[in-house]
Write a protein that binds this ligand. Structure first.
Ligand SMILES: *Cc1c(COP(=O)(O)O)cnc(C)c1O
Length: 461
């Protein structure tokens, strides 16, 4: 017998908890009941009835070395014996200092100033405000460099600033009238190209269009923001190779700041510590969150160049101070988890160890790509999107009300694997610590769930 009374927990959850990104009517109707996770064990999660599940989405893209990693557990316990929280407003503490030095060392050269916050959304919000104020301090209140350019399909978080630079209609459209205007450039969604072109012959027209927009708006832009190598939340939309580099070249030549949102891609997710490294790109501001604490505690950082930091210096009365900061900024427990996370990367040579896993995943996924209802598989490192379609030849999407992606993930859960969809894109995002056997299990279970559900969906249509 489990020590948890699942029915009672679910009853009170349904009475009082409002779940994020969750339609209550679907959640309430889950049979036999919604998932209640009570324990973690390496790459597995255990529910209140004692069932074990492979964590195929790293507990929403945050976990890195597995759950209850002894070295991270110990680091947090040891910090707890010092102090749980103390403020960074005009003061400091050793773990925040150690972590900032470490982050400056592992981020691309020139990124030296670490500003802490507590989620990916706030890391982006901070970067946007820094970029905006940077130009005010440099050029005075008459500066025209107040705008931003982002990409269709972008996801940068849920606060109003980060939603303004977002580009996912399902999430963002309702809030349109609350948002500041942003220039949108086409995404690299080659499977359904916004410009109506084919990858084999387009000569990366989306990059040319970006350069044209930058030309047109160069005097009014503070910064460009991009998810490097892959847009996550719009369905793992992988950018064409070389796109990021062209964005950096064009922004540099026009003196426009580049913000790299590495909230999803950072900490080894794409095969290198940061995605920018793969195209030798150094952004002016780099946002990180999700994987920073190994998936343990909320923490984020916006890392800036010294040039940006310097624009905010001056006598207090000039009011160049960056007037932004959250109560739990630089929380010591979270910083200690992040330091332990980074130590494990060194001790276990995590980056070197993931390349064979990336290759094995790609190999296993070939058996999924062949399925009749799989339109495209997109992979960047350990980020995978499997786009399901009703008709492969015509790339015809399923009717939204069939909720096919969701049905696949619920079926996978019944077979002991936790995954989540983005619409009809099934996402696999395993911890970096996933083993070869677990990779095979993850893909096999996903494949069987896709077959089971899409065969049923075809009969239902
Ligand atoms: C998840 C995500 C965010 C938002 O992070 P939160 O911690 O959920 O606020 C921002 N940008 C990207 C690219 C993300 O994937």
């Amino acid at each position: 017998m489990s020590e948890f009374d699942t029915n009672e927990l679910v009853r009170r959850d349904l009475s009082h908890v409002w779940h994020p990104f969750t339609q209550a009517e679907e959640y309430e109707a889950e049979s036999p009941h919604p998932l209640v996770v009570v324990e973690g064990d390496g790459n597995y999660l255990i529910d209140s009835d004692g069932n074990r599940y492979l964590d195929g989405i790293s507990s929403l893209w945050v976990n890195v070395h597995g759950h209850r990693e002894p070295r991270i557990d110990a680091a947090i316990r040891s910090q707890l014996d010092q102090v749980a929280h103390t403020t960074m407003l005009g003061a400091t503490h050793p773990t925040a200092v150690d972590l900032a030095s470490k982050l400056a060392a592992i981020t691309p050269e020139g990124l030296t100033r670490v500003f802490y916050s507590d989620s990916g959304s706030t890391a982006v919000e901070v970067a946007l405000k820094m970029a905006y104020q940077y130009w005010l301090e440099r050029e005075g209140s008459g500066t025209k460099r107040t705008g931003f350019l982002s990409f269709s399909g972008a996801y940068h978080g849920d606060t109003i600033g980060s939603v303004s630079v977002g580009g996912i209609d399902t999430f963002h459209e309702k809030f349109n009238r609350l948002l500041f205007p942003v220039i949108h450039s086409p995404s690299g969604y080659c499977y359904r190209c916004e410009l109506g072109l084919e990858k084999s012959s387009c000569d990366m027209a989306c990059a040319s269009e970006f350069e044209r927009l930058l030309d047109e708006h160069q005097n009014e832009l503070a910064a460009v923001i991009i998810e490097p190598l892959a847009q996550g939340a719009s369905g793992i939309i992988t950018w064409p190779e070389g796109f990021l580099k062209r964005v950096r070249q064009a922004t540099s030549s026009k003196g426009i700041l580049l913000i790299a949102d590495e909230v999803a891609t950072g900490f080894g997710r794409t095969g290198t510590m940061f995605a920018c490294e793969q195209e030798d790109v150094i952004p002016d501001l780099l946002c990180m969150a999700k994987g920073i604490t190994g998936g343990y505690l909320p923490l984020a950082a916006t890392v800036a160049t010294e040039q940006i930091f310097d624009a905010f210096r001056g006598p207090y009365t000039e009011l160049k101070t960056f007037f932004h900061g959250h109560s739990y900024t630089g929380n010591p427990l979270a910083c200690s988890a992040a330091l332990a996370n980074l130590r494990i990367f060194e001790e276990d040579e995590t980056i070197a160890a993931i390349q064979p896993k990336i290759d094995l995943l790609a190999e296993c996924l070939e058996s999924v790509a062949d399925l009749k209802q799989v339109g495209e598989i997109r992979q960047r490192g350990l980020m995978i999107g499997i786009e399901l379609v009703e008709n492969k030849e015509e790339k015809k999407a399923y009717p939204a009300d069939l909720r096919v992606g969701r049905a696949v993930t619920l079926a996978a859960r019944k077979s002991g694997v936790i995954i989540r969809p983005l619409g009809d894109v099934v996402v696999l995002m395993p911890p970096l610590s996933i083993t070869p056997d677990q990779i095979r299990l993850l893909v096999r279970t996903t494949r069987e769930a896709i077959i089971g559900i899409t065969e049923k969906a075809t009969q239902d249509v």
